[in-house]
Design a protein around this ligand. Sequence first.
Ligand code: ZN
Length: 372
Amino acid sequence: MQTIPKTIIVFFSLLFISTLTSFELLHAQDDRFIVVLDAGHGGKDPGRPTKNGYTEKHIALKVVLELGKQLEKHPDIKVIYTRKTDVFLELHERSAIANKADADLFVSIHCNAHHTQAYGTETYVLGEKNSSRNMAVAKAENEVIFLEDDHHEHYVGFDPSSPESSIAIGIEQEIYIEQSIVLARKVEDNFVNKLKRKSRGIKQLSLWVLHNTYMPSVLIETGFITNKNEGAFLNSKNGQVKVATAIKDAIIDYKKELDLNVGNKISLSVDTDSVVKEDDPMIVEGVTFKVQIAASSRALEAKSYNFKGLPDISREKNGNIYKYFSGKTSDYNEARRLQNEAKLSGYSGAFIVAYKGNNKIDVADALKTESN
Ligand SMILES: [Zn+2]
């Protein structure tokens, strides 16, 4: 009589524990940070042509596979590839893979080309229109649409070869653009600081593959395969590992920053880097510091209520982008306090900018002025 209930208890306990464990495992899996890696082109679409024998689709794939291998060493990151072999994928299929996976990040890898010996890296985030200056890249990366059998169906009203063709950006994508710029900046900074490469900057472009993803997304032009030196570097194993490592470091850094901001505020307050103590004022004569909190193609009113109540909002137009700032002070420590406030409010990428008169200068240079 007594053994039966015991068996039942043991059975149910075991069932309960195993259910709990499998639930936790499942849950832990879902919590991983999902990065979709997209090797540009493939199959019948080779990408940029070169006389040197370097092929964009092959280099892009090799960089992606190396990058994926490095990211997979982090147990809290899950990597999904749009392609792992030399196959043709339509642009809308690439973004569909990322959306279906509900990814946290979409990173598309490409190589640039030019008839001159131009060189350097560029990282693109989504923009609404294509300026004539960037049209070559927009055309080359969008052009694959014409290789797709049913492109009329998928890209209604969009002509990738026309500079007037623009695609509207939904308000829900604005936040992703801000986040994309944060990652893009880290990628370009790493290329410059760690690899001593030339950065041609962060650019906004109307690219289909970026437009259709619902997550922060960047397209990295890792360099010009038409340039003698850069082409050889990108085509080498050593070059591919270096480029992949620089991008991996940027992604890890970006994720860390994000983790600090989505957690509870306690974890933020112990982040010694971003915590500013009530320091004495550090006035730099003739210099104005502001905190850049956002960049967007949308012209929002420079009002506090549009930016989570942050103080002294101002707006600047640079090309097609509006930049938004909080604060205006010649006290560097006040700027750091404002930056911290912006970060606590969710603007994880908030950073300090400095002006001398109307000219933007490096913050480091501004601070040097102070010590002179
Ligand atoms: Zn490409």
